[in-house]
Design a protein around this ligand. Sequence first.
Ligand code: HEC
Length: 422
Amino acid sequence: MRTFLVIGFVLALSACQPPGPTYAKDIKPILDGRCVNCHVAGGVAPFALDSYENAKTYAVQVADAVEKGRMPPWKAGPSDVTYLRNPSLSDEQKATISAWAKSTDQGDVKKPGAALPEIGGGVTRVDRSLKMPAAYTPSKTPDDYRCFVLTWPETTRKFITGVNALPGVPEQAHHIALYLIPADAAMYPVMWDAEDATPGYECFGGPFGNRPQQFAVNLLTAWIPGYSGTMFPRGGGIEVEPGAMIVMQMHYNVQNARGPQLDQTEMQFTLEDTVQRRLAYQPMLDVAWVGQQMEIPAANPAVVHQLVSDPRSFFQLLGSPLDNTNGFNIEAVMFHMHKLGRRGELILEKADRTRLKVIDIPAWDFHWQNEYQLSEPVRFEPGDKLRVRCTFDNSAANAITTNWGENSDQEMCVANILSSVN
Ligand code: HEC
């Protein structure tokens, strides 16, 4: 009798409560739209989130990862601009996931919720594919940083307007950075590749490995898994001359049970003969840092290095293909620090003293170096200044005092600015 009463009471109570979120109606659309591109069997993420059973198994971790903003991976914090293809979840979506993680209700699979709006991405056309010249199996775990030299086959001047990667083994391809090596420096990476019989050469921070820098670094783009390639903003393109080389830096991250697999990643390019808007990555940094003036003392949790300057003459000195005389547009930013980096900021300080935060990466994560394309470009006018600021944490128990360098125990601070001038 008593049990009946209690059950009756509970039933009555649940009938009055508003229905909680269900997998079918509320959760599946979010996971499908923002997670499954990586969290799928054979994908880059360590487990799949493409079924009710999987979502239920990982519900607690999923709620924690989205609440704390670790997932989906997007490291740009609030700023004074907006970015293209931002996959971040709204506070409401995060709260829905947290609430669902407590009940893990499946709901009615015959009444699915509406799909989330697409965040876009993908290349419009593939005009040229370049594969690693030989297959390679990562030899270091969990992280192996390896540069491969791709010979640029075009015989006339071209503009790259879109880039995509087809990793041979998606689950171990964590990150790819592409560097454009001008024709007059093309012999260097070829030489480094030939130093041993293994395909490619070891490289951590950039295309040089631990060798002294031989030429100006020209970043071409970065690719992180889960994104089906990108077109450069506003129809712009990066010029590639015949005879150039492309250095493809693969960051392999092997954390699957199968162990390292043979890889032969392919890059795909959209090309044009002419573009209305020429683009180039211009690196904002202090040359003094490169000359070992960027000391990061051990036992210090918050070392700040920053530079405030008009970088145009420095860009020109590095051989920028753009004429910055009348200013330039900031189209996208790709920050670069190594593993001690904690925060990276780029701020435009206008001549009239107004400030515009172009990017703030408040929890820098070396593993998620992304290119952030601005929805609308920001203009740097003569008289303005740019502030690049990097914060490092060198307080680990075994920390050593370090400085600028290419190695994994050295550091860098660069805001690579994808720029245009018209
Ligand atoms: C761009 C690829 C990508 C996307 C998109 C992505 N993940 Fe992940 N996720 C990963 C990778 C890779 C890992 C392994 C840990 C790492 O490298 O950070 C991971 C780890 C996790 C983990 C375990 C580690 C942790 O931080 O808690 C959870 C939980 C998770 N993801 C949930 C999600 C959810 C939920 C979404 C969508 C809202 C999502 N992920 C979107 C790639 C992705």
